[in-house]
Design a protein around this ligand. Structure first.
Ligand SMILES: Nc1ncnc2c1ncn2[C@@H]1O[C@H](COP(=O)(O)OP(=O)(O)OP(=O)(O)O)[C@@H](O)[C@H]1O
Length: 310
């Protein structure tokens, strides 16, 4: 069975009469990059704050790295890096000095190796060259990278990041995404919240979709794609015979448009369709299985569009 880095059971948070998070069962596999996707106000930040013990759940329970929270918090949290509101950095201190202050405040960190740790974290996020610049002179992207560096002062098995690319320009966004991919490749599990579908498609292996406090879908990207309806498109000079073959095979929604025949595949393997066309002597110039559109899938789950221009 897959080991879970984050798991919850019935995790809920109510503010007054409103359930911000309504009994969610998260399952974040170890080694995954899990995109926690949902429109604004769907309960992502509230969930992350509960996972990290920053607020108390109204109901439910959760485990991090296999250990029950909050009982094991002292043992588990040092292995978890978090980016929630971002640590408070001092505007007149350099990036390096800011990290050194945070490191000194960590009671588990050995002060003798502090300088090495700080520079390694700066190097990791590509800020070594700007280490002596004052924080107030940093761009938004540099500030976000410094916040990530702060979470990397000690090796982490799990990173929980709330909207890590929010507010970044395209260059900063690319840098932070590539850093996340590298951290995952080095073995960390990453759970990140986002309202950008494109972010999930680019860097995530798994996704959980939030809508109005409910977890409406949770799966690996591969499963989601396989589970959705696929279409096929055949390019041929003989569309009528092709249409006949597709109908005989049981494909639905078979349509002709000039030299193109499109249809919904159902559970049939695409190679069976090609095989049948060739056997029937239909000259096939092109055959495409149309990739299922994740955006449509998510919109059908949440009834809302996602900003896909991220
Ligand atoms: N401290 C609070 N008091 C009252 N209501 C709150 C509080 N924190 C969050 N909420 C409400 O809970 C709901 C979920 O908010 P949350 O911040 O978790 O959503 P989100 O998915 O992280 O959204 P965003 O992408 O905008 O950060 C919202 O309706 C919000 O107004």
């Amino acid at each position: 069975m897959t080991q879970l880095a984050v798991e919850s059971s019935g995790l809920s948070k109510r503010f007054g009469r409103q359930f911000a998070v309504n009994g969610i069962d998260l399952a974040v596999p170890q080694g995954s990059v899990y995109g926690f996707l949902g429109p604004n106000g769907s309960g992502k930040t509230t969930t992350i704050r509960m996972l990290l013990g920053l607020i108390q759940p109204t109901a439910g329970s959760h485990r991090l790295l296999g250990e029950g929270m909050p009982v094991a918090a002292g043992r588990v949290l040092p292995k978890v890096g978090a980016l929630v509101e971002g640590p408070a950095f001092h505007p007149y201190l350099s990036g390096r000095h800011n990290l050194a202050r945070l490191d000194a405040a960590d009671r588990w960190a050995d002060p003798r190796s502090a300088a090495r740790r700080v520079d390694a974290a700066l190097d990791r996020v590509g800020l070594l060259a700007a280490a002596t610049k004052r924080y107030r002179a940093y761009s938004l992207g540099m500030r976000q990278r410094l916040a990530l560096a702060a979470t990397l002062l000690t090796p982490r098995e799990l990173l929980i990041l709330d909207e890590p690319t929010n507010g970044l320009d395209p260059q900063g966004t690319r840098e932070v995404r590539s850093l996340i991919t590298t951290l995952a490749a080095d073995g960390a599990t990453v759970m990140l919240s986002t309202h950008l579908l494109s972010e999930v498609e680019q860097i995530c292996t798994h996704v959980g979709v939030m809508h109005q406090g409910n977890l409406v879908a949770q799966a690996s990207l591969r499963e989601l794609q396989a589970g959705s309806v696929q279409g096929v498109q055949v390019l041929t000079d003989q569309p009528e015979p092709a249409q006949r073959v597709l109908r005989e095979l049981g494909l639905t929604d078979v349509q002709i448009s000039r030299d193109q025949v499109t249809a919904t595949l159902g559970s049939l393997a695409p190679e069976k369709v090609v095989d049948a066309l060739v056997h029937a002597g239909v000259p096939v110039r092109g055959f495409t299985v149309q990739a299922p559109d994740l955006e449509e899938l998510f919109v059908s789950l949440t009834g809302k569009g996602f900003n896909i221009n991220g």
